[in-house]
Ligand binder design. Structure first.
Ligand SMILES: Nc1ncnc2c1ncn2[C@@H]1O[C@H](COP(=O)(O)OP(=O)(O)OP(=O)(O)O)[C@@H](O)[C@H]1O
Ligand SMILES: [Mg+2]
Length: 364
């Protein structure tokens, strides 16, 4: 993996603990991992949900979360670090898909230096902003021999505006943390949820104002898709349909979800048109991947706050005709955690997928 701007940020000393920080539209999640002789251990974690968006609902849903990044976010982050007794200052942050440009390129086999040079040139063709205002990063995600016998490499190119990176650095500085790297959240999710599994998988991350689909094959992200719909739209649909305020709508959504019967049935009827748009994005992403690479997505993992909607896994399974699983980044034995956390992790583990994937970045 080539890391132009990351290598400038990451200092070369041996890692012991890292903090993964996932700043979303409505919440901040942090997870601190320790590297011990026995493996990784979850030492602390924290979640701060801001319900402010329910009061200024349309604002929060319609504006980009990056606009919210600023003094308020730094204050929230500081508070969260203090409350969750986080010790390390070494942080890695995620960036949402809508704040980056990505593309999968196919290039002839060449050295890392040559790829780096070629990416500068390729980026000019694909990225609609001046290249000198962007940080570029590329990851080799596959290779194959084409029908003419030439060997080809698949390169996933990610580009993030310098301005965005600057804003993140400011927030972390104000919160008293050292921001050592920034990563696209789809990459963090893949690290946390896929590990070395080679199965072609779609990861659906349902956030508040947006959702994303990552197609992961052979353990690498091959394609990313984005939908402008998220859990916030489901709340909005309930609020509008039942004429209740957004706070009440949010409560109803969390309590009953899609599982209502008779009187409650209306709740799912209100939500499904929006949920279907989100789920359709998975279908589109899988179809487009199949058309290009003749590889079939075999399963779907749902992550993000939206996976907690009661009944969503079964509903998505019916709609997609594929096995659907709720994400659990703490399943298996890769990360140890104290026994007391078990009940909590069953409920919340899934929402920490990005934060855990970030903290794992330099530790595995
Ligand atoms: N128990 C639950 N049932 C249904 N929906 C839930 C539940 N818990 C959280 N959500 C929804 O999850 C969404 C928030 O998810 P998440 O925390 O992943 O978002 P975010 O990362 O802050 O947002 P984004 O990724 O869009 O910036 C909200 O719409 C919230 O209503
Ligand atoms: Mg999110």
């Amino acid at each position: 993996m080539q890391t132009t701007f990351l290598s400038k940020l990451i200092k070369k000393f041996s890692p012991g603990a890292y903090l993964g920080v996932d700043i979303g539209t409505t919440s901040i999640k942090v997870a601190e991992l320790l590297k011990t002789p026995k493996g990784l251990r979850l030492s602390n974690y924290g979640l701060l949900e801001s319900y402010g968006h329910l009061e200024r609902f349309n604002d929060a849903i319609q504006t980009s979360s990056l606009k919210l990044l600023g003094k308020e976010t730094a204050e929230m982050l500081k508070l969260l670090i203090k409350k969750s007794k986080i010790k390390t200052k070494r942080a890695i942050a995620s960036i949402p898909l809508f704040a980056a440009f990505t593309i999968l390129l196919e290039v002839p086999s060449m050295s890392s230096e040559e790829i780096t040079q070629s990416m500068q040139f390729q980026a000019r063709q694909y990225i609609p902003l001046p290249i000198n205002e962007m940080a570029l990063e590329w990851i080799k995600v596959g290779e194959y021999t084409d029908e003419k016998g030439f060997s080809k490499q698949q390169i996933f190119l990610i580009s993030i505006p310098n301005d965005t990176i600057g804003r993140y650095k400011d927030i972390f500085n104000s919160a008293g943390l050292n921001l050592e790297a920034i990563e696209l959240e789809n990459i963090s999710l893949t690290r946390a949820l896929i590990g070395g599994d080679l199965t072609p998988t779609a990861i659906l991350d349902i956030g508040c104002r947006a959702s994303s689909v990552s197609i992961v094959d052979g353990g690498f992200v091959k394609a990313v898709h984005q939908s402008d719909y998220g859990g916030g739209n489901l709340t909005q649909a309930i609020a509008g349909g039942l004429r209740v305020n957004p706070k009440r709508a949010e409560e109803l959504k969390r309590q009953r979800g899609l599982l209502g019967t008779r009187g409650e049935y209306e709740l799912s009827t209100l939500m499904t048109p929006f949920l279907d748009v989100i789920i359709n994005e998975v279908r589109r992403a899988a179809n487009s991947y199949f058309e290009k690479y003749a590889r079939k997505v075999e399963r779907v993992i749902i992550s993000g706050g939206g996976v907690a909607l009661p009944g969503i896994v079964e509903y998505a399974e019916r709609q997609l005709g594929l096995p659907v699983i709720k994400s659990n980044p703490l399943a298996g034995s890769r990360i140890a955690y104290s026994q007391e956390l078990t009940p909590l992790i069953e409920g919340l583990g899934s929402s920490f997928s990005v934060a855990l994937g970030l903290a794992m970045k330099e530790l595995i």
